[in-house]
Ligand binder design. Structure first.
Ligand SMILES: *Cc1c(COP(=O)(O)O)cnc(C)c1O
Length: 360
């Protein structure tokens, strides 16, 4: 048995932490699975826990093979490296993670031209793709070739891409034989929101990545899935990027618990987001731009004379944690460690702050 101290650590510090689902700490079951994990040298393919996670993930997504990688960013970059040639054009939405939050990695590593579309949408739209995808039959020395299309599901903005949109994007991609990578950092949240199996979403892409370390509570890691040929290439790039980790089975073991024990309960996180949105709407002047689709709630500060920074600081004094606003909008993320009580504490702390600063 693990001692009491260790038990207390699981999640003790993130109960009122609404900054992100990345703050989730490993559960007690994960800590025990890590303690007991059978491991080996994964760089030569001998870690049984990593192999089990990869096989389980491939099965879950209906793909031939999967690869455990240290981060979602590395999963996305391995996908781009494995499916493009340098100088190719990659089509993706302007607000996506690969554009906004991966530090220009694709330019540095894959030497591709990232062409951003659908600037006014949270996700890539087929109608924008239709006119931008390059015709492979036109041989003009001026034109780059479209090498890859990237979609996000769910989006980092907390929205879910409709199935019809994914199908339309795939149909266009097929006309030019261009592969699709799905950045599914929160793929399982999207599946819950759409009431679909994960493989009913991954079928719209050649490669799919998902994060174990967000709402799934695992400490580290992401998985990239696809055909055996592409995953073999990706494994080579993972090594080049320094992502070959020896006895990584300790991490994979936690990831397996994440998939088997936390994944089936993600709906609860969405329900908490819905409850939070309902409670926030009770506050005079509160504007919730859209009803929560996954585990994220947004609150516009347009009707208040208080900055997101000041709200963040005031809440911190009550040991409630949020990030400052982005363009006047606060984001709250619910997860495994947020309780109903935590939600009420947040709203009860926010309400007087906002009411006192309501614009006339
Ligand atoms: C979190 C996230 C990633 C990966 O982030 P890492 O911090 O590198 O693990 C990728 N895409 C989206 C949409 C994300 O939200």
């Amino acid at each position: 048995m693990l001692n009491k101290n260790l038990q207390k650590q699981s999640g003790a510090s993130n109960k009122k932490d609404f900054r992100s689902d990345t703050v989730t700490q490993p559960t007690q079951a994960m800590r025990e699975a890590m303690y007991r994990a059978e491991v080996g040298d994964d760089v030569i393919g001998e870690d049984p826990s990593v192999n089990a996670l990869q096989e389980y993930s491939a099965e879950l997504l209906g793909k031939e093979a999967a690869l455990f990688v240290p981060s979602g960013t590395m999963g996305n970059q391995c996908a781009i490296l494995s499916q493009t040639n340098s100088g190719n054009e990659v089509l993706l939405a302007e607000r996506c993670h690969i554009i906004q939050h991966e530090a220009g990695a694709a330019a540095l590593l894959s030497r591709v031209q990232l062409r951003t579309l659908s600037a006014n949408s949270t996700h890539l739209q087929a109608k924008d793709l239709r006119t931008r995808i390059r015709d492979k039959n036109i041989k003009d020395v001026h034109y780059p070739q479209t090498g890859l299309i990237c979609v996000e599901q769910a989006t980092a903005d907390g929205t879910v891409v409709p199935i019809e949109e994914l199908a339309a994007i795939q149909a266009i991609a097929k006309t030019q034989s261009v592969p699709i990578h799905m950045d599914g950092a929160r793929l399982f949240n999207a599946a819950v929101a759409l009431n679909k199996e994960p493989r009913e979403l991954s079928v719209f892409a050649n490669t799919v990545s998902f994060c174990l370390s967000k709402g799934l509570c695992a400490p580290v890691g992401s998985v990239l899935a696809g055909t055996k040929a592409i995953i073999d290439r990706a494994r080579g790039f993972r090594k080049i990027l320094g992502g070959g980790m020896r006895q990584a089975g300790f991490l994979a073991a936690a990831g397996m618990v994440a998939l088997k024990e936390i994944r089936p309960n993600l709906k609860a996180d969405h329900d908490k987001a819905t409850l939070l949105a309902e409670r926030l709407r009770e506050i005079p002047g509160a504007v919730i731009p859209f009803a929560p689709q996954i585990n994220m709630v947004f609150l516009s500060l347009e009707n208040y004379n208080i900055s997101g920074h000041d709200i963040m600081n005031a809440l911190r004094d009550k040991h409630i944690y949020i990030y400052p606003d982005e363009d006047g909008v606060l984001r709250f993320v619910t997860h495994h460690y947020i309780s109903e009580e935590g939600i009420h504490l947040l709203v009860d702390a926010l309400r007087p702050l906002l009411e006192a600063n309501l614009k006339a």
